[in-house]
Design a protein around this ligand. Structure first.
Ligand SMILES: Cc1cc2nc3c(=O)[nH]c(=O)nc-3n(C[C@H](O)[C@H](O)[C@H](O)COP(=O)(O)OP(=O)(O)OC[C@H]3O[C@@H](n4cnc5c(N)ncnc54)[C@H](O)[C@@H]3O)c2cc1C
Length: 561
């Protein structure tokens, strides 16, 4: 294991006596659905500072297309949504968490509507799409395929107008500050104001996932796993990072970004075909194109290998004229930008990294293992997804756990009072004598290695090679003190890529989105457990823990789990 990665507590040098300070009740890192919902909840009883590294609207949430899963009317039932979620989680989902999230879903949709969200309607009811793994059409959407943008519009408008919320944009959170094991704030870097220290009673991590660890991803540039890596450095418990969901259908145009072609497109009847129009999904799963994502991704991967081609196609030409453009205006526009007319042409697609299923372990209140730190959204491991995420459950997770974490943080801040003077913290890492690598180049090489060796299919050999090469790069990248966000992002991605590869090498079975060619079946006898990771001086300390942490009594206060 890489000792340099394990021994690195802070990425930046700082001295509390030399930097500007700001004191508040609650800090929220991230302005996606989880962060904004948390901020609005916390602001009911506390002053809140939202720190976000780009413009506030930049997030995975903003590009979410398909929608939010919620049981909005009979004959659909909570039990069915819960069962579908549990089935896809492949034995690692926490049933109590799943039941709670599913049952809270409708009130979150109605709340967003009250706040002005314009979800699509069909007659007297909300329109609902069907997606893979769902036994009913229950995915609520907005403007066809721009659900995330609509939600962010509403949440951001509300947060900006709130007297107790301040949003600092272009403010990069570098590390969580800890004093005697308790998280007391964050050290940041602002484009204009440089390094600053923000102090708060409670910090909520809502930084999203780490899709950028892979060469091909649907994730926006901000998804560099910063929150996961910050939590890791601060000593928090991370879980099940080997579970990375690949989305089967992203637009394949060499040189262009891997834009998502929503699962809802298959829900509307799109077929997966080869160039000659031949369908292939039925040979892999009786649910055909509507099988869960991991199955469809692996099926496409197998077809790419067998036929030695770079992509397959989505075929929507049989849908009634005008349907596609009306239901999926964003995707239709995107295709046309590349001269692909979906009514006439096949849409070239291949799988890309999409969702970080594991994350920072939380209890039902959002508490992490570190006192003073809560987490919500994609960065967290709440127990909802287990070994795989059911389509359209993650926006929902962000709403449910964002609100919960915000309420808990606001209440605790009000009870505890504000930190009024900074603890005497400093960090000074001397200049490293080791040679410098081109960080940009390391990032690209890392993304290639991860896609090749830790992607849809994995094996002990390739994962071992991946761990070795990441450790090698880490010796030359993790020993430096950088001063630019892109460089910190690369350090964070190296850290999280090593966690993903280590977790994947540890789990000697195939389950959910984790597929080992050398252990191709699910092994409940040995592996119906979580893979837990924590920073240690020698690198990463790996342990397994029984499934469904939520079945144990949650701590219920902020003393850490
Ligand atoms: C293309 C696409 C389509 C999707 N479609 C759907 C869908 O239809 N339904 C569904 O349920 N899910 C969907 N998902 C998944 C879903 O969008 C995400 O899981 C969810 O939005 C995550 O929300 P979040 O608030 O946790 O994180 P994000 O929305 O990613 O927000 C993270 C925030 O943290 C900030 N941040 C990160 N690092 C730092 C740092 N160091 N300092 C300061 N700020 C930082 C970012 O700038 C950003 O504001 C989709 C994802 C993608 C990529």
């Amino acid at each position: 294991m890489s000792s340099v990665l394990g021994s690195r507590r802070y990425l930046t040098n700082f001295d509390v006596h030399r930097l500007p300070h700001l004191f508040t009740d609650v800090i929220v890192i991230g302005s996606g659905i989880a962060g904004l919902r948390a901020a609005l909840a916390a602001a009911e009883s506390a002053d809140v500072l939202v720190v976000t590294k780009s413009e506030a609207a930049q997030s995975a949430t903003n590009v979410a297309q398909g929608g939010i899963a919620a049981v909005m009317q009979a004959p659909d039932r909570f039990e069915d949504h819960a069962r579908d979620t549990l089935t896809v989680s492949e034995g690692l989902g926490d049933e109590r968490v799943i039941q709670r999230v599913v049952r809270e879903a409708p009130e979150h949709i109605r709340e967003l509507q009250e706040w002005g969200a314009q979800f699509d309607v069909a007659g007297d009811h909300l329109a609902r799409g069907r997606e893979g793994g769902h036994s009913a059409a229950r995915v609520v959407h907005a403007h066809g395929d721009a659900t995330g943008r609509e939600i962010i519009r509403v949440l951001l408008e509300r947060a900006r107008a709130h007297p107790r919320i301040r949003i600092f944009e272009r403010c990069f959170s570098i590390d969580l500050l800890t004093d005697d094991g308790r998280v007391v704030g964050v050290v940041t870097h602002h484009q204009k104001y440089g390094h600053q220290m923000f102090w708060a009673t409670t910090t909520i991590l809502a930084t999203g996932g780490a899709g950028r660890a892979f060469r091909e991803t649907t994730n926006p540039p901000v998804a560099t796993g910063d929150g996961l890596a910050m939590a890791f450095r601060a000593g928090a418990l991370l879980r099940d990072l080997e579970f990375v969901q690949f989305h089967p259908t992203t637009l394949y145009i060499a040189g262009a970004a891997r834009a998502l072609i929503s699962e809802a497109v298959r829900g509307e009847g799109a077929r997966l075909v080869h160039r000659d129009g031949r369908r292939f999904m039925d040979a892999y799963d009786p649910r055909g194109e509507l099988a869960p994502r991991d199955i469809v991704s692996r099926a496409i991967n197998a077809e790419l290998k067998n036929r030695n081609v770079s992509h397959v196609y989505l075929d929507v030409r049989h849908l009634p004229s005008g349907t596609f453009a009306k239901r999926f205006p964003t995707i239709d526009r995107l295709c046309r930008e590349f001269d692909i007319h979906p009514e006439r042409d096949l849409i070239p697609v291949r799988p890309s990294a999409h969702y970080t299923v594991g994350g920072v372990v939380t209890n039902p209140d959002g508490d992490t293992s570190l006192p003073g730190l809560l987490a919500a959204g994609e960065v967290a491991s709440t127990g909802l997804h287990g070994a795989n995420r059911l389509a359209s459950n993650s926006l929902l997770e962000g709403l449910v756990f964002g609100r919960r974490a915000g309420l808990v943080a606001g209440r605790r801040a009000a009870e505890r009072g504000r930190i009024d003077h900074p603890p005497a913290l400093s960090h000074l890492l001397p200049q490293s004598p080791r040679t410098a690598l081109d960080v940009h180049d390391v990032l690209h090489s890392l993304q290639s290695v991860m896609s090749r060796n830790a992607g849809i299919e994995r094996s002990a050999d390739r994962l071992g090679e991946t761990v070795e090469i990441i450790e090698f790069w880490s010796r030359y990248v993790m020993d430096k003190v950088f001063d630019m966000p892109e460089q910190w992002e690369t350090q964070n991605l190296l850290t999280i890529a090593l966690c993903i590869a280590t977790g994947a090498a540890t789990r000697c079975e195939s389950r959910g989105v984790h597929f080992r060619v050398d252990f191709p079946t699910r092994d409940d006898e040995h592996w119906r457990v979580h893979v837990d990771l924590r920073r240690a001086d020698h690198g990463i300390q790996v342990a397994t823990s029984p499934r469904a942490a939520g079945e144990e009594d949650p701590p219920g206060d902020d003393t850490g789990m």
